[in-house]
Every structure is written in structure tokens, then in C-alpha cells.
Write a protein that binds this ligand. Sequence first.
Ligand SMILES: Nc1ncnc2c1ncn2[C@@H]1O[C@H](COP(=O)(O)OP(=O)(O)OP(=O)(O)O)[C@@H](O)[C@H]1O
Ligand SMILES: [Mg+2]
Length: 351
Amino acid sequence: MAFDLIRINDLRNLTNCEIAPHTGLNLIKGENGSGKTSLLEAIYILGRGRSFRDKQISNAVQRGKSSFTVFGKKGSKFNKSAIGVSCSKKGTNLSIDGEKISKLSLLAKETPIHIVTPKSQELIEDGSSVRRRFLDWGVFHVEPLYQQFSFRYQRALSQRNKSLRESWKTANIWNKELHESGSKIQEYREIYFERLKEQLLIQMEMLEVKYDLEVAFYQGWPKEQTIKKMLDDGMAGDKNRKFTRMGPHRADINFKIKSDKFNKWGSRGHLKLVVFALFFAQANVIKSMTNKETILLVDDLTAELDEKNVERVIAHMINQKNQTFFTTTDYRLCIERNVGKMFHVEHGVVS
Ligand SMILES: Nc1ncnc2c1ncn2[C@@H]1O[C@H](COP(=O)(O)OP(=O)(O)OP(=O)(O)O)[C@@H](O)[C@H]1O
Ligand SMILES: [Mg+2]
């Protein structure tokens, strides 16, 4: 479901702002420092209950003010919902349809939101944790039991690592729990990854990224072994290193071209296109498995893309039909009235 109203108060330089976005594209233009990223940050907060810019969400409270609020209304005539987030130094309050909720995961389930920023190439360039988070975010949306098994696995893993650090004698009592919860996590991830990979290749072709890219899932330990056997056999090594060296917590997605890492081959612009393809793929898999629409936020769309690729991405965003908010400082960039709306931001005022 798309937002049809967003109201923001006292978030960074946005003092009092209300917009009625389009269900398709929303192009946000403005000079440096006008408040474009802050607008995306507010929408992201509605979906995730946290900021993508700051670990501390309360840093988004406008200087000199004690709190910020963001309110969003979504849906059609028969299926409406309203989300509210307010935040001060004391804490964050979340509500859905006026009812207070305590868990971020409930908010996240309500509205799948993704953001692509000029930093998003880290999805391919950085260590495995960012790719694991990306994959698991998709699994979380499509598999209702994933969160429960993930919680069990993380708890057992931290207990096992604690035992390995202190007195390794009790470490192996956690192997069974890690095996049970980890096997389920692995099963969900494998099913999800196959769908994601299939979609990724389709999306790359549509965005005309012409690399012979091999995409593979690494489960985090040798394929032929069960988690239990891997943990039992690896006990001596784990004791030596004082942590659990292998398991689903080491899973990864590998991107390769001719057996070499993709980030050695891809140009910055092409990396960005692959990142777009990944986010579009994720949105499509979630849509096909749950019928939920992902809202896409894109900060500084034109950064590192040439004119043709900007046009390609916009045309593709129109095709995708997700509600999308994207920013630029390029005043020449325009979209047709029938596919979306354009907003202008100036000194924190959105018109
Ligand atoms: N907590 C805060 N309180 C008030 N103003 C803030 C706060 N944090 C940041 N700002 C200001 O908000 C303004 C808008 O920042 P924002 O990053 O949204 O701009 P932008 O339009 O995305 O700029 P750019 O094109 O450079 O990315 C900036 O002038 C910034 O200094
Ligand atoms: Mg910005």
C-alpha cells in the first residue's frame, strides 16, 4: 500500500511539512542543504522506526526542539492504515491506527521500505554482514516463522561464544539448539535466495547491465555437512579461536565475473545499477510471495549515473509500479504528470 499523506514536524530542517504523494513516482528536487534527504529519512522512519543516517534516531530532532513526529496515511478506500512515529531524547513511540506498538518488527512488517543511497554500493563491496542483512530482510517479510528461529539462533550463538571465551566445557550443549534453529534459517534463506537470484538476472537484463554475473549463495559452512556435525567436528578449532567459526551467521551472497569478485570489474555506475537491480528484485519477490508493495526511496538518483542510465532507471521505476520517492539537485530532471508528482524543497519547505 502506498502513502497518500505524509506529515512531518520538527525533523531536521523540516518544521511543518505535509505532502500528498503520488502512488507511483515522486521526484523531489532542491538545492544542497534544502531538506531532500531529511524528507526521505522521515518516510524511512515510518517504515522502519529508525533512521538510515544516524544510529541515534533522536539526532533527527530539530535543533532547539524537544521531539519530532512523522505521520503517514496509507491505503485505498476499504483498506486504510495510519502510522505515527514520535521521538525525543527520552525514546521513540510507535503507533499503528492509533494503537501504541512496542516492537519495531511490527512496524517493519506493516510497510516494507528500502532505500538506495550513494553509499549503497557497499552491498557488493563491503563484508558479508550487509548482504546477510539484505537477504534476511526479505526472508523476514515472506516467512512468518523466520524471526522466531533467528532469535533462537542468535541467543544460542551468543551463549556458545560466551562459553568458548570463559569455560569451553559447556559450549557444546548449545550445538543442538544451533542445529535446530540454524537448519530452519538455512532452509528459508535457500528458498528465498533462488527466487531473488532469478529476479535479479531479469532486472539486470531490463536495466541493460551486460555483465556475465555469477551469483551464488554461501550458507556459512561446507555444504555436505549438517550444522550439528560441523559444530561437533569443529569444537577443537572453536575452542582455540574462542568463537563459533562457521554457521548460518557466516552466510553470504557472492557476486563474481569469470571467478573474480565483481567489485574488481564493475565500474561505479554499473555497481549502482546492480544495486538497483537487487532492490527491484527484492521488491518483486516480496510482492509475489506476500502481495505486499515495497516503497522505494532513492537519494541522489543521478550520482554516478550517466544521462542514459538515469533515464533507464526512471523508465524502469515507472514499470515497477512501486511507490517511489527519489531526490536530485538536477533541476532539468522531470517526469510526466501521468506517472508521478514533482516536489520542490527550499529551506525545509516542501511545495
Ligand atoms: N537536527 C537538525 N536540526 C536542524 N537542522 C538540521 C539537523 N540536522 C541537519 N540539519 C540541516 O538540515 C538541512 C537539510 O539537510 P539535508 O541533508 O536533508 O539536505 P539535502 O537537501 O539532502 O542536501 P544535499 O543535496 O546536499 O544532499 C541541512 O542544512 C542540515 O544542516
Ligand atoms: Mg541529501
